[in-house]
Design a protein around this ligand. Structure first.
Ligand SMILES: [Zn+2]
Length: 100
């Protein structure tokens, strides 16, 4: 039996793949449609490391906070993004942290 987290991860990978397969949707480009790229970048980061607060996500992706929040909102539509208060894995402050 598959763990729910594996199912989320495979759904997420499929979603990211769909985003990246779109023409002009490649990661780290400055072409049109930045919000979808932001979403893919945030998703990729949260898959690598859970329990990150939005400030640290913004810092690691060099995005402003509004774009991180918009990306998280976009991600949260097809997926479950858990939010909980605990120590951020990077800054170690007790914050609202996100995990997929
Ligand atoms: Zn943090």
């Amino acid at each position: 039996m598959r763990h729910a987290r594996d199912i989320y991860a495979s759904c997420l990978k499929a979603a990211v793949r769909r985003l990246l397969d779109r023409p002009g949707g490649a990661i780290l480009t400055s072409t049109a449609d930045p919000p979808k790229t932001d979403t893919a970048n945030v998703a990729a980061l949260l898959l690598r490391q859970r329990d990150l607060c939005t400030d640290c996500i913004a810092a690691q992706l060099t995005l402003d906070l509004a774009r991180v929040v918009a990306a998280v909102e976009a991600l949260a539509k097809p997926l479950t993004v858990e939010q909980t208060v605990r120590r951020c894995a990077v800054c170690e402050r007790p914050r609202w942290v996100l995990l997929l």
